[in-house]
Each structure stands twice: as C-alpha cells, then as structure tokens.
Design a protein around this ligand. Structure first.
Ligand code: APR
Length: 234
C-alpha cells in the first residue's frame, strides 16, 4: 500500500465547532498567546493558563469528529495513512484513525510540572489546583507551548520522509518547526493542500490546492485518489 501522510491543523476541526487560532474570530484574537501558551505565562499566572485549557477541554468533550476526520479513516481502506497533527484535540482518534502523531501535545492529558515524562489521562475536563503527579508535583496541560521543544518532530520527519503522497489540511503553516515538515517531503511526491483560504507554501513543485473546507475537501481528495485514473489506486 502507498503511504499517505496527512499534516492537519486547527482547520480540520473547525466544522466540529472548535475555533482555529489565526482566522478572524480565532482564539489568538481573544487571548494573548504570551499569557496562555508560553512557559513564561504559566510562571506568571498558572491559574489563568489552567482555566484556559480547562475551558478548551470542557468544550472538546461536547464536540464530535466531522466528515473530514471520518474521510481520513475511510482512506485507510486504500492507503497506509499516517496522520501528523498539530491539534491537541482527540477527534482523529475518536473518528477511528489508527496512526496519529500529536506534535503539539494532547489536551486530554496532563503532565508533571517537574517530570514532563510523567503523563496522565485526564478524567473529565479539569486539571484541578491540587492535582499532583506521583512524585508530588503539580500537573499542567500536556501541550507544547511556544518556546518549548517539540520532541515529536523527529518521528514526524521520519514519517514525512517516507510519504508517497502528502496532504495538508487546515493549517496556516505559520508555526515552526511543524511547518518545516514540508521540507522533508520526498522530491516528486504529490502534495495536496485543503484549505478554504490561501495558504503560502513555497518551494513545492507538484502541489494541488483544493480550496474548500475540510469536509468537502477530503471528499474531493478521496475521489481523486481512488478514481480509476489515479496513479495510486490499489
Ligand atoms: N476547513 C479547512 N481549513 C480551514 C477551515 C475549514 N473549515 N477553517 C479555517 N481553515 C484554515 C484557515 O484558512 C487556516 O489556514 O485553517 C487554518 C488555521 O490556521 P491556524 O489558526 O494558524 O491553525 P494552525 O495552523 O493549526 O496553528 C498551528 O499554532 O497556536 C498554535 O499550537 C497551536 O497547533 C497550533 C499552531
């Protein structure tokens, strides 16, 4: 089976009711990145940060995977699909995707403030003030903040380098190192970008833009990749 690698961002979850970050009305219009998504913000006001992610988590529990998440599961019938997501939601997993790598962490998990390798599933929506890791230190969201290392980049690069087809869905490609994954797509690999808005993406030759929202865009992608004339069929 051909390897289909999909890089997803906030846009794929927009039709599930989760706000993107940089669109009009996006989260970073409402909140200050420095206050809620950096180690400095956490140091200054952990309660504000905890409240921000608790609210995101509470909302996530009410959301469901949409047609785009489900379409990527359908593609597993035809391809070896690997999803690299910048999203901290769990909608790919809930849709049923088998291979999902979260490069910016996972909202429904907590990590020790002292030992980041101690990671826990969160029951419900809240990390409480008095929650502690097994070594007695407070817990914080298991989310990669600006200025922090992105340990999952190494496996993400490995997956990207093995792609036969590369698909980008719903990301502004504004955030590094995630956006630099495109530099690791093997030469002559077809790249599809699904986004209703213009996305700047330099230096790629074989690139096809599907200018649609994720749900419709993935439907079109499935048609293209599984049609009789597709080079990748079978
Ligand atoms: N379907 C597909 N794409 C959409 C939709 C939709 N319904 N609605 C919006 N988009 C597109 C926008 O046009 C934009 O290109 O989704 C993209 C969202 O971009 P951002 O808000 O910048 O989100 P993302 O690229 O995922 O952000 C990267 O930034 O703040 C951090 O850690 C956070 O992982 C996040 C990272």
């Amino acid at each position: 089976m051909h390897k289909l690698v999909v890089l997803t961002g906030a846009g794929i979850s927009a039709e599930s009711g989760i706000k993107t970050f940089r669109d009009m009305g996006g989260l970073w219009e409402e909140y200050d990145i420095m206050e809620v998504a950096t180690p400095q913000g956490w140091e200054k006001n952990p309660k504000l940060v905890q409240d921000f992610y608790n609210a995101r988590r509470r909302q996530l529990l009410e959301c469901k995977p949409n047609k785009a998440h489900l379409g990527l599961v359908e593609l597993e019938k035809y391809f070896d699909v690997e999803i690299i997501t910048q999203n901290v939601d769990d909608l790919h997993e809930r849709a049923g995707s088998k291979n999902v790598l979260h490069i910016h962490g996972e909202l429904r998990k907590a990590q020790s403030t002292k030992y980041p390798e101690l990671v826990y599933d969160i029951e419900g929506w809240e990390i409480k003030d008095d929650d502690r890791c097994e070594k007695g230190f407070p817990l914080r969201p298991h989310v990669v903040w600006f200025g922090e290392a992105v340990p999952a980049m190494e496996p993400a690069i490995e997956i990207t380098s093995a792609a036969d087809i590369f698909v980008v869905i719903g990301t502004s490609l504004n955030v590094y190192p995630a956006a630099s994954l495109l530099d690791h797509v093997p030469e002559n690999t077809p790249v599809y970008i699904i986004d209703p808005n213009d996305v700047t993406c330099y230096g790629l030759c074989e690139i096809e833009i599907i200018k649609e929202k994720a749900g419709k865009g993935v439907e079109i992608l499935i048609e293209k990749l599984t049609s009789k004339t597709s080079n990748f069929k079978g």
